[in-house]
Write a protein that binds this ligand. Structure first.
Ligand code: TXA
Ligand code: MG
Length: 342
């Protein structure tokens, strides 16, 4: 299959690209498109055969449910039921936006493989002009996980999608770099107190201001469905191993020296205050304490390491405040919890 990249940045190209995308989706094909978080790989959520093409292209385990995207709130009642009032408040406050709500599903309303057989469904309305235009023209819910090969960092540019899925999907709508750069917050409304299953751009602090107490799941989303006992899904992982390290230029300098003494090469992913460390490769996460900007740059930095011959990737940790919680969640998964030991 040839993978086409379609631009949506001028009027003529735009019209043609959306028509092509809507036609492909209606024919039961997959289409990659930008959202404000990361690029998604979409298929019509009511078609089991279309949704199965997502799992196939990504190499995604079948027991990991997909997020359903909608372009208008009216679509919600076709596949959810008993939506709690607090969930409605969240929709009014944060949609369109980077918040996925887990709600009770209406029987036989969506393809079974969207929800991995659960009686709940994750749903959000993305805040991106291209995603919204596509969804509003299609007028149907679209199941869309991040458009990367399973296990790799999520794509924040069309080129990342092409790198991972070239030959496996027919079309990528290119809307430039995504804004937030980390996936949406997943908030479960089927528990007594709403529970964050995956931290993201909409933080616990922001949620609690609007709906009161919110819990954080200890075992976050993917960790709950291990492939085999004791084995977690690989996530956000570059080819070389990622090690977390204390946020100290001294510690990082010593670690680099030690890695060099072992005749190995090191890539450093860190904010600008580490630029002068003597790593073989340095990928910037922007100015210190600018957490939103670091989130925006993180996945591209992790991907860039695969273009180097570094044997080890070092990442100084971030404080778990605001978006820092989401950044650390992804880094803990990318590193599989490994710390650099001197
Ligand atoms: O920002 C995002 O959410 C992106 C863009 C494309 O919208 N999508 C995304 O999808 O990250 P995905 O499939 O890569 O992540 C879906 C996450 C999974 O970790 C899954 O476990 C959780 O949402 N999820 C989906 N449905 C669920 C459900 N019914 N119950 C619990 N967790 C669910
Ligand atoms: Mg994903």
């Amino acid at each position: 299959m040839k993978t086409e990249i379609a631009s949506v940045d001028n009027l003529l190209a735009k019209e043609f690209s959306y028509t092509q995308a809507v036609d492909l989706l209606n024919e039961g094909e997959t289409v990659a498109f930008p959202t404000e978080t990361v690029y998604g790989l979409g298929a019509i959520a009511t078609s089991e055969s279309a949704v199965s093409k997502i799992f196939e292209a990504k190499g995604r385990p079948q027991d990991n449910p997909l997020i359903v995207h909608i372009g208008s709130k009216e679509e919600l009642s076709t596949f959810t039921q008993n939506v709690p009032n607090l969930a409605k408040t969240c929709m009014d406050t944060f949609w369109p936006g980077a918040l996925t709500l887990v709600l009770p599903i209406k029987n036989d309303s969506l393809a079974k493989n969207v929800t991995a057989g659960l009686n709940t469904v994750g749903v959000r309305m993305p805040d991106h002009p291209v995603a919204l235009e596509l969804l509003r023209r299609l007028k149907q819910p679209v199941a869309a996980p991040s458009a990367n090969r399973s296990g790799k960092p999520s794509p924040t540019k069309a080129a990342h999608v092409y790198h991972d899925l070239n030959g496996k999907i027919p079309l990528i709508l290119d809307g430039g770099a995504t804004g937030i750069g980390l996936e949406s917050t997943v908030l479960d409304f089927t528990t007594e107190v709403p529970t964050i299953l995956r931290p993201g751009g909409v933080t616990k602090e922001m949620l609690e201001k609007v709906i009161g107490q919110v819990n954080e799941s200890k075992l976050t989303d993917e960790a709950e469905a291990p492939r085999a006992p004791g084995m977690k899904y690989a996530h956000y992982a570059p080819d070389a191993p990622v090690y977390l390290i204390e946020a100290s230029t001294g510690k990082v300098g010593q670690a680099i020296e030690q890695i060099h003494n072992d005749q190995k090469k090191v890539a450093l992913i860190a904010t600008e205050n580490y630029r002068l460390a003597k790593a073989d490769y340095y990928f910037s996460l922007g100015q210190e304490h600018q957490l939103e900007h670091a989130a925006h740059l993180l996945y591209e930095a992790l991907r860039s390491c695969d273009e180097t011959d570094a044997n080890i990737i070092l990442v100084p940790i971030f404080s778990k405040q605001g978006v820092g919680t989401a950044i650390m969640n992804r880094l803990e998964k990318a590193s599989n919890g490994k710390w650099f030991e001197s």
